[in-house]
Every structure is written in structure tokens, then in C-alpha cells.
Design a protein around this ligand. Structure first.
Ligand SMILES: Cc1cc2nc3c(=O)[nH]c(=O)nc-3n(C[C@H](O)[C@H](O)[C@H](O)COP(=O)(O)OP(=O)(O)OC[C@H]3O[C@@H](n4cnc5c(N)ncnc54)[C@H](O)[C@@H]3O)c2cc1C
Length: 746
């Protein structure tokens, strides 16, 4: 849109613009007399607007566009206007599924380097060209444009020279079939005086077959313009140009990637068509540079190289990984943000092979690009594709957000790594985070090292960094805590809370981990457990039993039985500590612990003490408001004197009913029961018992229980949770909420 606005202004139109979120191109436009305002409003039409041009990203229902149509102001798509600007120019339009921006900038660079007066409008930025668009001085000078196929408007261009890099099905959000997608390329080819196409690509080769006005380029013998004896290194290409079987000479191109050899050949073929000679082309090729986010080296430090790339289609990713493999890297690490739910669903099975060669891959949530989520199109579905392919030889982890992914990566990246930021959405912002990190920090293996050294605990407590947490939970899956503390005394607990509070760090006190799922990407800040004797006490006070929050529920029931105290038998078989049971208001058989709690002595997040009692405890369904941010230290429990034999019988009966759960690797109920129904029943009715992702599956015995086996990752469980949620929502219209707690970096 910015390029088009610029060209219209250069032709003498009065141009203004607006955008939902104004980006940095607005400053460039302002410098050329084009004001851009934030947000869409009918008021923008108040000052004598003759026509409106919209990007396909702005829906027709938007207020401003509706107002325009209502007042009879014509509204055009970008792709309808740009083709009109070709008239009167020697025009080159570049299209194709992959590589069109690069090829387009290469052509403009070659023409510019030869001293030609050139205009251009390209969907990407290239430092060498200085801007997304430029206007030549002479009317009718060559105009190079990138013709976008995503909304089908590529079919509207009638250029003198068309360049088609390849045709591979994409943009499922717009095209209902492969045939519809291909037909707009056929029309583009049919509209053009001359067609330059990549002879290596089967898609466009089939379309060009039998046409007289075509020139092919590639590395194979059958191509009209051919690159021979290609030598590719990690930073450059070298090849011999051959035209119709005649060697022209050897050229060096200072960009990486065999796919860019094809892009450069396409550009050279277009340049020949525009009348440049071999010397001019060889000179220009020798100075080519890639557009932004094309294998862009965005940061380097501590032996880590960060590359940002726009690749979002499996073929583009495969080309990127092949190029990166030429670097002498210890590990190839990638953060991938899939682009659009439609593409993720349609091309999902192709992504695992594309990433082959990468050792560590983090999948970020899909960048929606204005789409709404569809079943089968989320990053969890994509994660499942990777898990299905045994032997890919890479570790794949799924992140809940870009921030979580980066929180993990900054502790994991190490000297020798090449870290690739991959995708067409806002994943690009991670480049800035990586740059800040690499210039300001010497990366250490464990993100929490500094933190651990200062944690103010007495020698009686234990502090460890980079501690695996998975084995501390009943699901036995998940990543590490930056810092882990086993807290021996209440004094230490107070000091720890005060210290983390002052530093703005998180301090998460867990119990036995029987209601937790720890993210594979680990947990930031401090994770702690009440481990000392001070938290394990049990004493009688009046008609009450006061128990420490670190006491195991099983041990508490045993001790109560021994003392002939009755009332909490319903907790039998629920694993965990009293602290966890209070926080979750654990319950079964129509009773819950909250019904028996008189008061809880707790510590506030700043380490100060408080006692909460009565309604302020806020017990609800698997919830305790008083403990949302506080840590329980001990609680007064109302239990009555009872007959030991009756207590034993009650425990034995419950034991029998819970027998099926014994030894299961699970976290109890995964979802909360929706109002008036049971999550397990809905899941069973949806036919999801036994459903599996990786090494996690829905229990065949109970629909609301997910079980894991050796090798399971937290991402397996999360992907399964999303699948179950999606199915139950689409079959019954019920949105299941989680009962288990997710512990991650946030
Ligand atoms: C096989 C199985 C069966 C289960 N059956 C049931 C059941 O029938 N009914 C039921 O309700 N649950 C059930 N659960 C879930 C789970 O056992 C309970 O929620 C349990 O009370 C959690 O205790 P925990 O110590 O393991 O807590 P964790 O899982 O470690 O933590 C749970 C939450 O409590 C918080 N927490 C822990 N200690 C404290 C503290 N001292 N102060 C403040 N917050 C704290 C944690 O931060 C976290 O938010 C089952 C789980 C399993 C594995």
C-alpha cells in the first residue's frame, strides 16, 4: 500500500492514508507528503476524496469503506489500481508463489546499477533500493512491480514482461481450489507480451509449454538462460551464465542460497529483455543484496548468529534450512510462527520435512492475519504433525506465545548456534529482543544463574538452578525451573517472598505437582516447595486440628485416623499436599476441603503474614480466592472425634472406588465440569477416549483424564487438550475450561 501511495503521489494525485496500526513506513510516506492516520473512520472521507484504495486486509464491512460505498465513492482493491499504473511504462511484473519480492528487487537493482532510470513498487524493503517504491525521472522509464497472487489480482496485470518464479498452491484463504489458484497465473501469462519463467519449476513450466513468447531460466540444460557450474557458499554464489547454449562468462553474486541463484537468473533474464548487456548484468549481479527478512543477519554476539527470514511456506522453509546448513553452526535452532490457520491446515503435513536439519524447533502460535481459528489449523495441530513423524531428529517444543518462546530461548541459546526467526507475521519482533539480549548480555546456559546466587535463604534450605520440574509432577512431563528452592523454614519462606517481590520476580510455591502441567519451555523466576519440618506439623487445638501446608494428604488422613478424628475421609486417594488441596479446594463424593477449613495462616506476596477465615477464604469450585496470590503455611481444620473402625471402613470403601486410578500418570481431572454437565461425559460422547498426541492420550477409562507415558512432553498434553477442546466445542458448543494449572514463563 505504501509503494502504491507513493507512485500515485508521484503521478500528481492527492493521497492520504490510514491504518489500524500505523507502522514505520508512515514516516517515509509523510516525508513524501502523504499523511497516514491511525484507525479507520468515515471522517477520512470528509475532505473531497474521489476514490478509495483498500488493502485486502481491510474488510469491506469496515466503517470507512461502508461510508465510501454509501456516498458513491468508488472503492478499489490495491491489486486493481497497481496494474493500471503500468500503462505508459516499459513494464515488468514479477509474480510466483515464492521469491517474487527478491526477484523483483534484484531486477530493480540491476536496472539501477546499470544507470537506467527506473521506477519500482515492491512488497518488501531492500536497503540497496532505499524504499519500497521509487519513481524514475523520465516518463515511461522501466517500471518493476511485484504482482500479488494472494487475492487473485495478478490476473489483472498486462505487463510487457512477466516474470514467474514458480507456481505452487498457496493462499487457501482466498482460493477454493488449486485450479482456481492456477487459473489466475494462466491469465497473467496470457496477458503478457513476454513471459520469463523458471524452467526448474514444474508448475509454471507446464503453463508455459507450447507458448512462443517465453524465455526460461534455470540451472538445467533445457533452460534458455542457464547458470552452470554453480558454486554456493554460506555467503555467496558463483556461476557461469549461458544464453541459448553460449557461455557469456562467470559471475559472482554476494548472496546466499541456491534458490537465490534462480532468483538472480530470473532477474538477469528480465534485464536482458530490458536491453542490458552481459557486462552490465554481471556488474549488477556482483553488487546484489537481499531484501529485509530474507536470510537477514539481524544480530550476532556471544558466538550466536541470529537470522530473520520471511519463509512461511514449506518450500520456502526448506530453502532457508538448506541455506543455513551451509553455515558452520553447532546447532540450527528455529522459532517458527505459522502464518494463517488456512495455510497451516492445508500444508501442515509438509512442514516437518521442510525443517529437517534443524536441531531445535520452537513453534509459536499461528499468526492469524485476520482469520478466525479453524479446526486443524492451529500450531498445536502442526505440533502434532511433527510428533507423528518419527525420526526427524529434532526437538520440537510448542510455545504459548512469542514472549514465552523467547524467555526459553534466551536461556537455551549457546555459542555456535545459528538461531533463525521464521515466519511472515509479528515473529519479526523477536529479532529486536535477540539483538538487545546479545548486545547487553553474555549468554549463560542457565537464565537463572544470577538469580540463584542472590536468593536469601539459610543453609537449611536448598537452592538449585535449571532444575528439571517434570519429575516433580504426576504427569512427569515438562521443562525446568530457572531457580528451584526447597524451603526449610517459615523464616526462609518470608525472606524469599519479600526478595522476589522487591525484584519483581515470580515466586511460585507448588505442592506435590498433582494438579500441574509444567511447560516444556520451563518456568521463570523461582519455583519452591515447602520442604522443612516446620511445614509438616500436626497439632490439636480445641475442637480443631492444625496442619502444616506441606503435609501430604495421605499422611494427614493416616494421622487423623490414628487419633480417631473424622471428617476428611473423602480426600482419600487424592494425591498432593494440604497446601495444594486448600488452593484447589480439592474434593470428591460431594464434599470439598473448604467445607472443613476454619482459617488459613498465610503469607502475602511480599512475605508479610495474615490469617484468613470465614467467607474471606472464598472457597468455590476447585478454587480458593484467599490463596490466589498467597502461600498457605498452616490451616485450622474442623474434624470431629470419631470411631476408628468406622473411619477405616470409609477409607477402604473409597479406596475400592478409586482403584482404577492407582498408578496412573495423570493430573486428575483436566477440565472443569461445565454447568450442569460433566466434562468426562462430553469427551466420551465426542468419541475422544483413547485419542493420543505423541505420548499423551485420553484415558480409556475416563474421558476427563489425560495420561502420559515415557517420552511424553508437556506439549503433547497441551496439543491433546486443544484437540479435545476443539472437538467438544464443535460437537456440543461447550467451551471446556482447564482445571489443571499450567505453569510456564508467561
Ligand atoms: C490420580 C489423581 C486423582 C485426583 N483426584 C482428584 C479429586 O478427586 N479431586 C480433586 O479435587 N483433585 C484431584 N486431583 C488433583 C490434585 O490431586 C489436587 O488438586 C491436589 O489437591 C493438588 O495438590 P498438590 O499438592 O499436588 O498441588 P500442586 O499440584 O503442586 O499445586 C496445585 C496448586 O496449588 C498451589 N499450592 C500448592 N501449595 C500451596 C501452598 N502452600 N499455598 C498456596 N498455594 C499452594 C500451587 O501453586 C498450584 O497453584 C487428582 C490428581 C491425581 C493425579
Amino acid at each position: 500500500m505504501a509503494g502504491l501511495a507513493f507512485l500515485l503521489k508521484a503521478r500528481g494525485f492527492r493521497v492520504s492514508g490510514c491504518d489500524l496500526s500505523v507502522n514505520r513506513l508512515a514516516d517515509w510516506l509523510a516525508g513524501h507528503g502523504i499523511g497516514v492516520t491511525s484507525g479507520h473512520s468515515a471522517e477520512h472521507l470528509a475532505h473531497g476524496v474521489d476514490w478509495v484504495v483498500r488493502s485486502a486486509a481491510v474488510p469491506l464491512e469496515c466503517e470507512e469503506l461502508r461510508a465510501a460505498s454509501g456516498s458513491g465513492i468508488p472503492v478499489f482493491a490495491r491489486g486493481q489500481v497497481l496494474p493500471c499504473l503500468l500503462a505508459g511504462h516499459r513494464s515488468i511484473a514479477v509474480s510466483g508463489t515464492h521469491g517474487k519480492t527478491t526477484t523483483c528487487t534484484f531486477i530493480a537493482q540491476l536496472l539501477k546499477a546499470s544507470g537506467r532510470d527506473v521506477s519500482w513498487c515492491i512488497g518488501g524493503e531492500c536497503p540497496e533500493l532505499g524504499a519500497v517504491a521509487g519513481a524514475g525521472r523520465e516518463p515511461g522509464s522501466p517500471l518493476v512491480v511485484e504482482a500479488d497472487e494472494s487475492d487473485g489480482t495478478v490476473a489483472l496485470y498486462h505487463p510487457q514482461v512477466a516474470v514467474v518464479t514458480n507456481v505452487e498452491f498457496d493462499h487457501m484463504e482466498h482460493f477454493e481450489s488449486r485450479e482456481a489458484f492456477e487459473s489466475c497465473f494462466r491469465r497473467f501469462i496470457g496477458n503478457s507480451e513476454k513471459v520469463i519463467f523458471c524452467g526448474e519449476d514444474p508448475g509454471v513450466s507446464a503453463m508455459a509449454r507450447g507458448l512462443a513468447n517465453v524465455v526460461s531460466y534455470g540451472l538445467s540444460e533445457h533452460c534458455d538462460l542457464r547458470g552452470r557450474e554453480l558454486r554456493a557458499t554460506a555467503s555467496a554464489l558463483e556461476l557461469t551464465l549461458e544464453q541459448s547454449g553460449r557461455a557469456l562468462g562467470r559471475v559472482k553474486i554476494p548472496v546466499a542460497g541456491e534458490h537465490n541463484a534462480l532468483n538472480a537468473l530470473g532477474a538477469a533474464a528480465a534485464a536482458f529483455e530490458m536491453g542490458l548487456d552481459f557486462a552490465e548484468i554481471a556488474g549488477g549481479l556482483g553488487r546484489l543484496s537481499l531484501p529485509r527478512r530474507r536470510f537477514e543477519r539481524v544480530a550476532e554476539g556471544g558466538g550466536i548468529l541470529v537470522i530473520s527470514d520471511y519463509a512461511h511456506h514449506p518450500s520456502e522453509i526448506a530453502a532457508l534450512v538448506r541455506t543455513a546448513a551451509r553455515l558452520d553452526a553447532g546447532r540450527l535452532v528455529a522459532l517458527f510462527q505459522p502464518h494463517r490457520f488456512t495455510r497451516t491446515r492445508a500444508l501442515g503435513p509438509g512442514f516437518p520435512a521442510a525443517f529437517e536439519g534443524v536441531q531445535q524447533l520452537i513453534l509459536a502460535p499461528v499468526y492469524a492475519a485476520s482469520e478466525t481459528q479453524i479446526n486443524g489449523g492451529s500450531s498445536w495441530d502442526l505440533y502434532e504433525q511433527f510428533r507423528r513423524r518419527a525420526g526427524v531428529g529434532m526437538e520440537v517444543l510448542a510455545a504459548g506465545s512469542l514472549a514465552e518462546a523467547w524467555g526459553y530461548l534466551k536461556g537455551d541459546l549457546r555459542a555456535g548456534d545459528v538461531f533463525m526467526i521464521v515466519g511472515a507475521g509479528d515473529v519479526e519482533q523477536v529479532a529486536a529482543w535477540a539483538n538487545d539480549f546479545l548486545v547487553s548480555t553474555v549468554p549463560a546456559r542457565a537464565g537463572g544463574t544470577d538469580l540463584a546466587a542472590d536468593v536469601p535463604l539459610s543453609p537449611a534450605s536448598t537452592v538449585r538452578v535449571d532444575e528439571p520440574l517434570g519429575e516433580k509432577t504426576t504427569l512427569r512431563a515438562g521443562g525446568r525451573a530457572d531457580v528451584w528452592a526447597e524451603i526449610a523454614t517459615e523464616q526462609d519462606l518470608r525472606a524469599l517472598l519479600a526478595w522476589t517481590h522487591d525484584r519483581g520476580e515470580r515466586c511460585h510455591i507448588v505442592g506435590a505437582g498433582s494438579n500441574l502441567l509444567v511447560s516444556d519451555l520451563g518456568v521463570g523466576g523461582v519455583v519452591g516447595r515447602l520442604a522443612g519440618r516446620e511445614f509438616l506439623g500436626l497439632r490439636e487445638e480445641d475442637d480443631m486440628v492444625v496442619a502444616g501446608a506441606g503435609v501430604a494428604v495421605a499422611g494427614l488422613l493416616r494421622r487423623l485416623h490414628d487419633r480417631g478424628r473424622e471428617g476428611l475421609e473423602f480426600l482419600h486417594g487424592i494425591p498432593g499436599t494440604l497446601g495444594g488441596a486448600l488452593r484447589m479446594n480439592a474434593g470428591a463424593w460431594n464434599d470439598a476441603v473448604g467445607n472443613h477449613v476454619s482459617w488459613i495462616r498465610c503469607l502475602n506476596p511480599d512475605g508479610s503474614e495474615c490469617i484468613v477465615d470465614g467467607p474471606s477464604l472464598g472457597f468455590g469450585y476447585r478454587a480458593c480466592r484467599a490463596l490466589e496470590t498467597r502461600v498457605a503455611v498452616e490451616a485450622g481444620l474442623r474434624v470431629v472425634a470419631g470411631d476408628r473402625e468406622r473411619i477405616r471402613e470409609k477409607l477402604a470403601a473409597i479406596e475400592e472406588r478409586r482403584r482404577w486410578m492407582k498408578g496412573l500418570r495423570c493430573a486428575g481431572s483436566v477440565f472443569r465440569n461445565p454447568q450442569g454437565d460433566a466434562a468426562g461425559r462430553l469427551i466420551e460422547r465426542a468419541g475422544l477416549k483413547g485419542l493420543a498426541v505423541g505420548d499423551a492420550s485420553v484415558s480409556p477409562q475416563h474421558g476427563n483424564v489425560i495420561v502420559t507415558r515415557d517420552g511424553a512432553r508437556a506439549s503433547d498434553v497441551l496439543a491433546l487438550i486443544e484437540k479435545v477442546r476443539g472437538e467438544v466445542a464443535s460437537q456440543f458448543g461447550v467451551e471446556l475450561e482447564l482445571e489443571i494449572e499450567l505453569l510456564g514463563r508467561r
